[in-house]
Design a protein around this ligand. Structure first.
Ligand code: SAM
Length: 232
């Protein structure tokens, strides 16, 4: 369970809302029962139920089980796509090990409002499910031009380009180190945007095969390939 505050040994932590409902009504936690917590700061903790009410409970942190993990240095820069699909991207990016999700606004981006809280909820649930002790950061949405203008010198940008590029795995093996994957919106990048991305010295155009993938499929495939190439 994710707790949004730094945990220290002996801390008493009050849980309410949906998390309390889950522990009390679904897991049927009893006093003395154990729960695993993570705080995205110190790591994963064993905690014990010390008091259980009808709608809330108190846990005591007893032992640090695992220090916060070191996450592979991969960002996913993706144009927002429709609701259920961007949620899926956030969930899979978290499961597959991405360190940061950066929503990128492009000319053909049709989504003008992004519910960051909802995306974060999906990432928290994915982290709980897959045993991550670190959450991916969720960056503020940024326009493509600004993203490229401020791009960090030492970070590769693997640009998933459905019009063609180097085979992704080979390109990723040949360009190790901090990286990001850039995925376009439903309608793809327009030609000027494509030129601007290609002009960035850190950009490496990659192909994910001859078929045009949906944006969310392209994101999951590219992340998996990068993790495999990096051995993570
Ligand atoms: N219309 C579909 C949709 O609704 O998702 C397809 C969109 S595709 C143009 C979206 C993005 O996925 C592209 O901008 C590109 O970044 C990536 N993509 C899709 N197929 C790809 C491929 N074969 N190779 C590399 N990137 C690909």
């Amino acid at each position: 369970l994710f707790i949004d505050t730094e945990i220290a040994k002996g801390d008493e932590i009050r849980i309410d809302g949906g998390q309390a409902h889950y522990l009390i009504a679904v897991m049927r936690l009893k006093p003395g029962g154990a729960v695993r917590l993570f705080d995205d700061r110190t790591g994963e903790w064993r905690a014990e139920a010390v008091a259980i009410g009808r709608r809330d409970l108190t846990l005591s942190a007893t032992e640090l089980l695992r220090a916060r993990e070191a996450v592979p240095d991969l960002w996913l820069c993706a144009a927002p796509i429709k609701k259920g699909r961007i949620d899926w991207v956030a969930e899979k990016a978290c499961e597959l090990g991405v360190d940061r999700l950066v929503p990128v606004l492009t000319r053909r981006t049709v989504i003008d409002r992004l519910n960051g809280e909802r995306l974060r909820t999906h990432m928290i649930e994915a982290a709980e499910q897959c045993g991550r002790t670190a959450l991916p950061a969720l960056a503020e949405p940024v326009k493509l031009a600004a993203l490229l203008r401020d791009w960090p010198a030492e970070r590769h940008l693997f640009f998933a380009d459905e019009t063609g590029g180097a085979p992704a795995m080979e390109a990723m093996r040949a360009n190790r180190g901090p990286a990001a994957i850039l995925i376009g919106p439903e309608g793809g990048f327009d030609p000027q945007e494509r030129d601007a991305i290609r002009a960035l010295p850190q950009a490496v155009g990659i192909s994910l095969g001859p078929r045009i993938l949906r944006a969310e499929t392209a994101a999951a495939a590219a992340i998996s390939l990068w993790m495999a190439a990096a051995g993570d």
